[in-house]
Design a protein. Structure first.
Lengths: 379, 672
């Protein structure tokens, strides 16, 4: 299953789009050579890699996203943790090179279980294997799909007037309208949303509304919001997967559709927006590929909770700590976000987006969204 | 205003004898009977203290049994039994049924109880709360049968009232058992009889304790020592510690014909010259009869006594537990938590405070199953009695809290307060007069001299702790390094080599760079007809080394030992043998064997290994050569050791460890 497009977006468009697949794995073998050479020279083997810490992400003016800075960390066999990670890295490199030979791919979860046979190198949790794959992405400047490793389908969906052309697993090309050709569940976003898999044909929509909860997507669909307001409803399903963010970015870039983000009004939802718009710290090395800097936060805002007198809950200690952490997060360093976070801390309240049902089932589509969209000048 | 006469009459009308019962009611708190939990503890404590004192006086190894059982809703039956000398029948009512009756009140020596209020207060409390008499069974060695006496305290007269008397056969040669039924409550945990007995067992390793709890659980602390501690000697009081009332009592009670003789014979530290100087200052003729001194002359006499320089009081009257028994006691009681480290206990030399000698002892235990994330456990003892209440008000606690334990390897917020960590601390203060904060004797009062001694003892124990923790850290680090070089590095080499299609390189240089220690591993095991103590010295450092290896053993063992290879030299007087290891290359290993004939009593800990030619930071499993050994090292060893101080080329600059970086992607909650 060739996926050239994955690289296209990272480098200047088209310049090596036609490189053969093996090239994707070349950097992994270069890593092996570097460690071998160090061992051969009697040096304690080590790697240098950019620190993926909050302190080491920087705003890239040109691309409008948060990317990794220049601070480097060392992974050295001098320490037990470092030695283990080095060993795992090359079990992983070996594994993906073997997969390439056999023409196989693996899910992230399968990879975690594959490590059962790696003895000392066995992962203790799926987090560890996911992080190592990300490390390898950073080190090799490739995407995990290049390593033939992908997440499970995550089931985030799209409803609205958007026509795409998708090449399915059997190689057949299907033309699908995400409003007319799909059931109530909408069009499910696959893990691969690159051009060789999905092409945007046309759309009658004026904007995209990305929504945190499935219940709210259903409410808007049932109320005909997509048709009445010429909107594409995109279900984020909590913290959005890479493919969902990538899909959203392509809608924004290729179809020039404005994106608004509609979530619950709590600190965790603020982070959902941040990862959509500015990128996540974990994936800061591929922010330019995933983030939609033009995306705007619609609500629920801390002031919405007051203005619309929404049913609310008190912030928990964890919520408060999350908000305080956001105050030091460079992605929230704008005056607007600062005042929003401070207001929420001051009021001590959070609210779910579905709390708008207090005023009836049509209130969100008839009153709240039109008011907010008008404020933002969207739609 | 009413006339004075009328007031006096009013007051006189109100005056009547306050009964003992009323006194007790008013002073429940200080006597330790203010709630059912505490009443039980006080009862057990007073009874057990009596048992220990009785056994000590008779110089027998105590075997003490405490049985607590339910007796109705809020009542418990408490029976405490010992194998002491027993109490004569005619003395039983006085010992158990009269408050303020005792032989130790004026004795100037270290003792557990002092006021003689103890056990009779429990008898009184039992009578007041349940109206049940105390049942005392006692047998003295000379008699065939034991006497059983049931008695109550007449609260009006403060006199014992015997309810019944009987004779029974008892299989013990001698001993005393007291049974009380009282309003009380049993609960394990802090400030419980369980905790009290545990603490008592630690500081009385020569005693055997059995506790039967109300649910039938039986806890036994076997004795860990068969040495009976000597009875603390009674010594004459020292004038510096005398107060007016006490002095007046002694002047009245003495048999000495003159004040001069009294000063010299019945007080400590008073030389003939000092006695005369005291009398000169007080303006008293030496021939004055003691009983005639009262009023102003008495006060002058006391003032003079406090002014004249005297010989310091002796400390013979103190009975320290001693380092060896502290360790045994702790080991015996804490066995199940398997502590990894017992610091050598500290027993400070006696000091004097006022006219009273005192001394401080400290034991420290670390690791094992002791909870690591909680405040340390502090066990306080005064004259071998555990202090279970008023921890916050105690001078011991303050001294512990004022020490900066962070320097010694424990966590402590801001370097003040009770430190936390898997640590247990025992502090024992022994004195002929311990300044308690109150009559309940639950906390030691602040005193600059006692505080200083406690602090010095704590520091000494804490230094051992620091050494232990830093050694352990080094050992853990070495353990990690062994895991790297033995398990991970070979596989990493194999994987990368196969990925680049090359043969696996020689890993020796990398291994020695990672380890960077000279490792010494010793074993003692029977081999055939012999016992073999072997030691492997491996040079896991990146450079060749010349090393000098020493073994030291009890001198009587050395002649029995066969060495292979033959040692460079031996010293039979000191029990030492040594070898020079010439040019041990990186990863090079040398084995040295010391073999003993079968049946030799030798353990790994009998042999100490020392190495010269490498500094402590790069040495594992052996000690560097002690500084006070007067040994001339071969020139090559010295030169090689000096060369080893230069840093190797290519030493890495400080770098951020990627896998330990704070706030890394690992801790973020964003999804990929």
């Amino acid at each position: 299953m060739p996926r050239k497009g994955a690289r296209e977006s990272k480098t200047t468009k088209g310049d090596d789009a036609a490189s053969p697949r093996v090239d994707a794995l070349k950097p992994t073998l270069e890593l092996a050579r570097s460690i071998y050479d160090q061992l051969d020279a009697g040096e304690i083997p080590r790697m240098r890699l950019p620190l993926r810490t909050k302190q080491n992400i920087q705003f890239q003016m040109r691309e409008g996203v948060w990317k990794l800075g220049r601070a480097l960390g060392t992974r050295s066999a001098r320490k037990l943790d470092g030695a283990l990670m080095l060993l795992r890295t090359f079990y992983l490199v070996d594994f993906i090179n073997e997969m390439a030979k056999e023409g196989k791919t693996s899910t992230l979860r399968e990879l975690y279980y594959i490590s059962e046979g790696w003895e000392e190198g066995k992962f203790h949790s799926e987090d560890e294997s996911n992080l190592l794959i990300e490390d390898l992405e950073v080190l090799c400047e490739r995407l995990r799909e290049d390593f033939r490793v992908h997440p499970e389908e995550n089931g985030a969906s799209v409803i609205g007037d958007l026509t795409i052309r998708e090449t399915n697993r059997k190689g057949m090309v299907k033309k699908i309208n995400c409003r007319d050709d799909v059931g109530d569940g909408g069009y499910a976003i696959p893990f691969n949303v690159e051009k060789e898999k999905i092409e945007f044909v046309s759309s009658g929509a004026k904007f995209v509304i990305a929504i945190e909860c499935g219940g709210m997507v259903d409410r808007l669909a049932e109320n005909g919001f997509d048709e009445d307001h010429k909107a594409i409803l995109l279900h984020l399903k909590g913290q959005p997967a890479r493919s969902t963010r990538r899909f959203l970015k392509r809608l924004n870039e290729e179809l020039k559709l404005p994106v608004v983000v509609f979530t619950d009004g709590d600190p965790w939802s603020f982070r959902i927006f941040a990862s959509v718009a500015y990128g996540a710290i974990k994936t800061a090395h591929i922010s330019q590929y995933l983030a939609t800097p033009q995306a705007e936060f619609l609500g629920v805002t801390a002031s919405d909770i007051e203005n619309y007198k929404l049913p609310s809950d008190n912030l928990t200690d964890q919520d408060v700590r999350a908000l305080q952490a956001e105050l030091t997060d460079p992605r929230f360093k704008t005056a607007e976000w600062r005042s929003e976070i401070e207001l929420m801390l001051k009021n001590g309240k959070k609210a779910e987006q579905q709390s708008l049902a207090k005023y009836g089932l049509n209130y969100v589509t008839d009153t709240y969204l039109p008011e907010k969209l008008a404020e933002m000048g969207v739609g | 205003m009413p006339p004075a006469k009328s007031l006096a009459q009013q007051l006189a009308a109100k005056q009547r004898e306050i009964s003992v019962a009323e006194f007790f009611e008013r002073n429940r708190q200080i006597l330790g009977f203010d709630n059912p939990l505490r009443a039980l503890l006080t009862t057990v404590k007073e009874a057990v203290d009596n048992c220990l004192d009785a056994c000590e006086e008779a110089q027998v190894l105590p075997d003490i049994k405490v049985e607590i059982s339910k007796e109705g809703v809020d009542r418990l039956r408490v029976a405490v039994e010992d194998n002491g000398p027993g109490v004569l029948k005619r003395e039983i009512p006085n010992v158990f049924g009269r408050l303020l009756y005792g032989s130790r009140f004026h004795a100037n020596r270290q003792s557990r109880g002092q006021q003689g209020i103890g056990i009779s207060a429990a008898v009184l409390y039992a009578g007041l709360t349940t109206a049940r008499p105390a049942k005392v069974t006692s047998k003295v060695a000379e008699e065939e049968a034991a006497h059983v006496v049931e008695l109550l305290i007449d609260t009006q007269k403060n006199l014992p009232r015997v309810v019944s008397e009987d004779l029974v056969l008892w299989d013990r040669p001698s001993g005393t058992r007291i049974e009380l039924v009282l309003k009380a409550k049993y609960q394990r945990g802090r400030q419980s009889p369980f905790d009290y007995l545990k603490g008592t067992a630690i500081v009385n390793p020569h005693a055997r304790f059995t506790l039967v709890e109300p649910d039938g659980t039986r806890v036994t602390y076997e004795r860990a020592s068969t040495e009976v501690p000597p009875v603390p000697k009674e010594v004459a009081p020292h004038p510096y510690g005398l107060e007016l009332g006490e002095l007046a009592y002694r002047l009245k009670a003495t048999n000495q014909p003159t004040i001069l003789e009294l000063l010299q014979k019945e007080l400590a530290g008073v030389s003939p010259r000092a006695a005369r100087e005291i009398l000169d200052r007080a303006g008293l003729p030496g021939k004055t009869k003691p009983a005639e001194v009262h009023g102003e002359p008495l006060e002058k006499l006391l003032a003079a006594m406090h002014e004249v320089p005297l010989v310091a009081p002796t400390s013979e009257c103190l009975s320290p537990i001693g380092p060896m028994l502290i360790k045994r006691g702790l080991r015996n009681v804490l066995g199940e938590v398997r502590p990894e480290f017992y610091a050598p206990p500290v027993s400070r030399p006696p000091k004097v405070r006022g006219g009273f000698p005192f001394l401080v002892e400290v034991g420290l235990v670390y690791g094992g199953a002791l909870p690591a994330d909680q405040p340390i456990q502090l066990l306080r003892f005064a004259n071998r009695v555990p202090l279970l209440f008023q921890q916050g008000a105690c001078a011991v606690t303050n001294a512990v809290q004022n020490l900066d334990w962070r320097r010694y390897g424990l966590d402590q917020k801001g370097g003040q307060g009770l430190p936390s960590g898997p640590c247990l601390l025992l502090v024992h203060v022994a004195s002929t007069k311990i300044p308690f904060t109150s009559e309940a004797k639950e906390a030691i009062a602040e005193d600059p001299e006692i505080d200083k001694e406690i602090t010095l003892a704590l520091q000494a124990a804490a230094r051992h702790l620091r050494t232990h923790i830093s050694r352990r850290t080094r050992r853990d680090l070495a353990g990690e390094k062994f895991a790297i070089i033995l398990k991970i590095l070979p596989k990493l080499a194999e994987k990368t080599s196969s990925l680049v299609h090359k043969p696996v390189p020689d890993l020796t240089p990398v291994i020695t760079r990672i380890m960077d220690v000279v490792n010494v591993e010793t074993t003692v095991a029977p081999v055939g007809d012999t016992i073999r103590a072997g030691t492997d010295v491996t040079n896991y450092t990146p450079r060749a080394r010349v090393l000098e290896v020493f073994v030291e053993m009890p001198p009587e063992l050395l002649p029995k030992a066969q060495h292979r290879p033959a040692p460079e030299g031996t010293d039979t007087e000191l029990g030492r043998a040594w070898w020079t290891l010439e040019k041990l290359p990186p990863s090079g290993k040398v084995s040295i064997e010391v073999t003993f004939p079968k049946g030799t009593e030798v353990e790994a800990s009998d042999l100490s290994w020392y190495i010269a030619g490498v500094d402590e930071a790069h040495l594992l499993g052996a000690e560097p050569l002690p500084g006070d050994w007067d040994v001339r090292l071969p020139r090559a060893v010295i030169e090689a050791a000096e060369a080893g101080l230069e840093p190797l080329p290519g030493t890495e600059e400080a770098e951020v460890d990627y896998d330990a970086a704070e706030g890394s992607a690992r801790v973020e909650d964003d999804e990929g």
